[in-house]
Design a protein around this ligand. Structure first.
Ligand code: ARG
Length: 458
């Protein structure tokens, strides 16, 4: 590697040091952002009189041509250059010669890399928010399509109370909506400009930071030059947002793995999204969902990795911070792909209505309704709970469901039970009698479906 600033060194860098320290193999991801930052910086240098017309024109032309080559995929990075910043400067020098030497005026790679990474992160935050919207739309679509389907709702993986499948799906819409809000909030803190902070202390040159800010579309300036070059909160926050998204997709995947399992058999995977076994011909494996669940580990790992990198770093920039990129790039790529796949997969998932109906008949899903019926008849809830429990035991002991008990058997448990109780004891119809806001009832579910459809269309 050619030392770009040979000045103070007598001998060359050890090849192992070069190999160990290089980041060009992965930070070429930041090529477009690095050129954009340099273009804005050069424009400002010209405006404040630090670059002549001729030099500025040459730099702009050179950077534009590099930008074109990056966009078209033609740009090749020489591994002899340590990182993306030095690569692009070297490339510019090769293309335009002498004027390129003025580009780094008043700038350090420390504020440069922080700027590039904020530009990159901001762009990806927008991509992820778009992907979340697509996934939410897919969930709303399936909810709408299956809006009449009642399934058992669970706590502790025990059948608990009947719910509309759409309500279950809309629970994920709520989670992903919060994930989007969180990402949007994190974007506000990401969208601040570090450039103009120099290596750590600012510069004696009269740079116009606000001009660069406007040029690059940042909302505000990083206010403290030392903080600006060493802060990676925005990366950590982004990784946290991505981790929570991954955890939510993992839970969704886990639910669908249950639904499509041979034990549940409530839903069926489309052929296009099922994988076979190399030995067992009958298998339809949910690899997409298992990988979705599995990839959560590396996303959360990236978050923990960055937290550890920053822990205990003295002010200000330290080379440790170069370790911020790979975890961030990997987590963004992973979550982006997971969200894209899930949104494409969900509409292909089909549900078995007969199986859902059969599942509802088993497990005393109407026991709570019976207790609430007794409350309406004036019994204190604790006593109602007890009566319903006694009847469940009686039914269970004799291999029946609650509705199979005779009215006399019911009345023996409580004289308050009228003949009208039988209308309540159908789990398939229970959701229709949930009364509270946000319940698993057809009314509140259709309200949620309409509201989200509208919000997502905006
Ligand atoms: N490749 C470095 C990074 O990613 C760029 C900044 C290098 N600055 C320095 N003073 N060595 O952090």
């Amino acid at each position: 590697m050619a030392k770009m600033w040979k000045g103070r060194f007598k001998s060359k860098t050890h090849p192992l040091m070069e190999a160990f320290g290089q980041s060009i193999s992965f930070d070429q991801e930041l090529g477009r952002q690095d050129v954009a930052g340099s273009l804005a910086h050069a424009k400002m240098l010209h405006a404040v009189g630090l670059l002549s017309n001729g030099d500025y024109k040459a730099i702009k032309k050179g950077l534009d041509s590099i930008h074109k080559d990056i966009e078209s995929g033609k740009m090749r990075y020489d591994p002899a250059n340590e990182d993306i910043h030095m690569s692009i400067e070297a490339e510019l020098t090769a293309r335009i010669g002498e004027p390129a030497k003025k580009l780094h005026t008043g700038r350090s790679r420390n504020d440069q890399v922080a700027t590039d990474l904020r530009l990159w992160t901001r762009e990806k935050q927008d991509v992820i928010m778009g992907r979340l919207r697509d996934l939410m739309n897919a969930l709303v679509d399936v909810g709408q399509r299956e809006r009449h389907l009642v399934i058992p709702g669970y706590t502790h993986l025990q059948r608990a109370q009947p719910v509309l499948l759409a309500h279950h799906l809309m629970a994920y819409v709520e989670m992903f909506a919060r994930d989007r809000e969180r990402m949007a909030d994190c974007r506000r803190r990401t969208n601040r400009l570090p450039l103009g902070s120099g290596a750590l202390a600012g510069t004696t040159l009269p740079l116009d930071r606000d001009m660069v800010r406007k040029e690059l579309g940042f909302d505000s300036l990083c206010e403290n030059s030392m903080d600006a070059v060493s802060d990676r909160d925005f990366v950590i926050e982004t990784l946290f947002c991505l981790s929570l998204i991954a955890i939510h997709t993992s839970r969704l995947a886990e639910d669908i793995i249950h639904w499509t399992s041979s034990e549940w058999s409530l839903a069926k995977l489309d052929d296009a999204w099922s994988t076979g076994s190399s030995i067992m011909p009958q298998k339809r494996n949910p690899d997409l969902l298992e990988l979705t669940r599995g990839k959560t580990g590396r996303v959360v790992g990236s978050l923990v990795s960055l937290l550890m990198v920053v822990k205990g770093l003295p002010m200000t920039y330290n080379r440790d911070l170069q370790e911020d990129k790979e975890p961030l790039f990997d987590a963004v790529r992973t979550v982006d792909f997971v969200l894209e796949c899930l949104a494409a997969f969900l509409p292909t998932l089909t549900f078995d209505k007969n199986r859902a109906a059969a599942m509802l008949q088993d497990g005393f899903l109407d026991a709570t309704v019976l207790a609430e019926y007794l409350v309406e008849k004036g019994l204190p809830f604790r006593s109602a709970h007890e009566v319903s429990g006694l009847l469940v035991r009686r039914a269970e002991d004799t291999g029946r469901q609650l509705r199979d008990l005779s009215h006399d058997e019911m009345r023996a448990a409580s004289p308050l039970i009228g003949i009208d109780v039988y209308q309540r004891l159908d789990p398939a119809r229970t959701p229709g009698s949930y009364k509270t806001a946000g319940a698993a009832s057809p009314r509140s579910v259709s309200r949620a479906l309409t509201a989200w459809r509208k919000r997502l269309a905006k």
